[in-house]
Design a protein around this ligand. Structure first.
Ligand code: FDA
Length: 325
């Protein structure tokens, strides 16, 4: 259940002046411009990590807006290449038009994935709320069917359907299935999702186990100690770990820019010490780097979607030792 404190922080933050929200979010958002993201990535490269770049945006209402995202991602891809960055892309299918014009939305995504493929760059489809779970997975399957295998989806541990989705994707994509597994940011209805903290952690951990057993690539996206701890012991039970070639018999070949069957992913500005410790142990880590003109709308929407972020942000500021960037 969301605490009264989280609700209070969200209620206060959304009423705060824009400059204050900007000040709070600058830790979590690279800045309004692509050049801001490049500066951050160049700086964090020294921490032995790699990146996934996200152009911030709201769900769109016209296909003209989809063009903005397409163009911005094309620029981001070019910048990754020009700056020789160890980075891939994270995109939101609805920002490409999937809910407004599914055919054109798919074409937009396909064109970007094609461009990325020519440059050996991976594209991750972020998972949005349950209205688009099915469609997002279908886009990945359809792109693979068209020979574009440099694309994978995100699965949300909290959803009841996730274990079945892993089964279905295993039979569709075999060893080329490539997941980011996270708890899920959206507070979904209890008819379709776990709602308590312990159930969500346990379901997310079960998904990690299943992905690893399926031979698929597993990007563990969590800052939560019980999830990261579980992932490390699950990896060990499969004989996987730093410096070891993926020993799973059902695993796919290693892709350029990827770890040995797995990696850990964290958000910009969150739990840096944990990420640096994982990197020092030899694990591949990746930072999710959001940037874009729509940083304000994004910050407010994320706060409203999941008010628990409110208390995490407040905790990070009031007790900085609990969550250093
Ligand atoms: P939890 O929320 O328990 O956080 C553990 C601790 O981490 C907190 O106590 C706090 O210290 C710190 N922390 C976590 N989030 C913080 C924040 N925002 N600010 C400050 N401190 C914070 N979800 C989704 O539905 N679709 C998606 O595509 C993605 N993609 C994605 C990519 C990456 C790289 C990450 C790390 C996460 C996502 N998520 C996501 C979000 C994910 O589902 C989840 O909501 C958050 O990661 C928070 O869950 P944790 O497992 O980190 O645990």
């Amino acid at each position: 259940m969301v605490s009264w404190f989280s609700k209070l922080v969200v209620a206060s933050t959304v009423r705060m002046p824009k400059w204050f929200v900007k000040w709070v979010s600058r830790r979590y958002v690279a800045g309004p411009q692509l050049s801001d993201a490049i500066v951050i990535m160049n700086r964090l490269s020294k921490e032995n990590t790699c990146f996934t770049v996200d152009v911030l945006g709201e769900e769109i209402s016209t296909m003209e807006e989809a063009q903005y995202f397409y163009d911005e991602y094309v620029s981001a891809t070019k910048a990754i290449i020009e700056n020789n960055l160890d980075a891939n892309l994270s995109i939101k299918p609805t920002a490409f038009g999937l809910l407004i014009d599914p055919k054109k939305g798919f074409e937009n995504i396909k064109n970007l994935v094609e461009m990325a493929s020519k440059n050996d760059i991976f594209v991750r489809l972020d998972m949005e709320d349950h209205r688009v779970t099915e469609d997002t997975i279908k886009v990945v399957v359809d792109l693979h069917a068209q020979g574009l295998t440099n694309v994978g989806t995100v699965l949300q541990g909290r959803l009841f359907r996730t274990l079945e989705d892993i089964d279905a994707l295993e039979s569709e994509l075999g060893p080329l299935a490539d997941y980011r597994i996270c708890k899920g940011i959206y507070l979904e209805p209890e008819e379709i999702s776990f709602t308590s903290y312990s159930d969500i952690v346990s379901a997310t951990n079960s998904s990690i186990d299943k992905i690893l057993a399926a031979g698929a690539y597993c990007a563990i996206a969590s800052h939560d100690v019980p999830v990261v701890k579980h992932a490390k012991s699950a990896l060990e039970s499969f004989g996987m770990g730093p410096g070891i070639d993926d020993p799973r018999e059902n695993a796919g070949a290693k892709r350029n820019g990827k770890g040995n069957g797995y990696e850990f992913q964290m958000l910009l500005g969150v739990r840096g010490p944990m990420r640096r410790k994982l990197a020092a142990e030899g694990h591949r880590t990746r930072v999710y780097v959001p940037y874009g003109a729509k940083w304000y709308e994004y910050s407010i929407r994320r706060l409203k979607e999941n008010p628990t972020i409110g208390s995490q942000v407040a905790k990070a500021f009031l007790m900085p030792w609990t969550n250093r960037p």
